[in-house]
Design a protein around this ligand. Sequence first.
Ligand code: LRH
Ligand code: MN
Ligand code: MN
Length: 424
Amino acid sequence: MNIDKNQIAKHNQQLETVQNRRFNQVAEELPNVESIVQRLVDFQVAIPSWALGTGGTRFGRFSGGGEPRNLEEKIADIGLLHALNRSSGAISLHIPWDIPEDYAAIRELANQHGLKFDAMNSNTFQDQPGQALSYKFGSMQHVDKAVRKQAVEHNIDVIKHGIELGSKSLTVWLSDGSCFPGQLNFRKAFGNTLESLQEVYEALPEDWKIFVEYKAYEPNFYSTTVGDWGQSLLYASKLGNKAYTLVDLGHHLPNANIEQIVSLLLMEGKLGGFHFNDSKYGDDDLTTGSIKPYQLFLIFSELVEGMDNRGMDHTKDLGWMIDASHNVKDPLEDLLQSVEAILIAYAQALLIDREALTEAQADNDVVRAQEVLQQAFRTDVRPLVAEARKRAGAAVNPIQLFRELDVRGQLVKERGAKTVATGL
Ligand code: LRH
Ligand code: MN
Ligand code: MN
C-alpha cells in the first residue's frame, strides 16, 4: 500500500476552502505566522518501530490486523505516516526486535520513503532465545562480570548495526534495579553500571551520542539503578561530552515537574532527547497529549526558551522520538494523533510572548505571567499545523484521509487479519 501525491492533492482540494478560511483567521491575529509555519514544516518526530503493532498489556493483547511482520513492513508503515503528515521522517529501531539482514536494502527502502534512522535502542531487559547468560538480576549492574560483558557486547553490536544504517545515536534504557530491600548494594550496582557504560562509550564513534534513559520503577519495584534524571545526569556527566540524558515522559514519579527537569538539563547542556507519550498513572505509554496537554505545552515552552538561549537548532540538536503503544486504537491513527499533539504544543510554545513573560517575572506579576502562558496555550493553532502540512505536501487532515483510503483495510488484505509484529 502506498499513498501517492494525487490522493493527497485531491483530499487537500476538498478541504481547501475551509482550511484557507481557518488559517487566514488565525494568521490575522498572530505575529510571525510565516516563521512558525516554516518551523512546523521543518520539525520531524521519529517513530519507534515497536509502536506499529498493538502493544497490549501483560494481561492481553488484541491485535487489530494488518500489523507489520518484519522490519521492511515497519518501514513501510512509517512511510505511510510520513506521506500523510510529512512530520514523521525518521524511525527508531530496537535491537534485537529489528535486526536488519541486508543493510543496503533496508537503507534503500527507508530512503524511498524519505526516512532517516534516529537513535538505536538496545535491549538488555529481556532474555533472548539461545542467550548464554540471564538478565534476571540485571545487566550492566550485575554482580557477575560475565553478564555485564554480555550486556556491553550487545550494546556495541547495536552501535555496529546503527553505523551501517546511518544512525548517530544509541539509547540505553536499563531495567536494572532490585525488587526488595537488601537485594542490591546500591553503590556497587552504580559502579558496575558506570564501568559497563564506559566500555560502551569507548566504542561510540566520534560523531555519535549516547542517551541514558531513566525510569523510576518497573520492572523492578524497590530500586532502579538509573531511576531518575539525577542518576542519569551523573552517568552522563561521568561518561563525557557524547553522553546525554533522555527524558521519557512516562518515567517519572507522580506529579514530577518534568518541565523544570527539562529546563535544568538544557541549562547544563545535558539534555539529549525525548520519548514522547502520555500517562495518568505510570508508564502508561498513551497517546502524546491525550491526558496532560498543558504539561506538554509547558515542556515545549522550556524547550523553546532553553534551546534559543543556547543557540540550539530546534530540528536537529535534540532527539525527538515517540515511545508509545497501547491496546485499543489503530496504532497508525494513534501515531498520527501523537505527532499532531507534539506539533500543536510546539506551535503554542513558539507563540509565547517571551518579552512580556520576562517582564512579568521581573515584576513578580504572577497573574500576568499566567495570562501570557495561557494566551498561547488557549490559541487554537490547529490551522497552522494543517497549513504546514499542506505546504509540505502532506494531508490537511491525515486521519480523515487514512480512513477515506481505508489504509488499514488495505494492510489487512496485504498482510492478513492475524499478524504479530516483532517486538514487545
Ligand atoms: C522502557 C522504555 C524504553 C524501552 C521501551 C520499549 O519503559 O520506555 O525506552 O526501550 O520502553
Ligand atoms: Mn522510553
Ligand atoms: Mn517506558
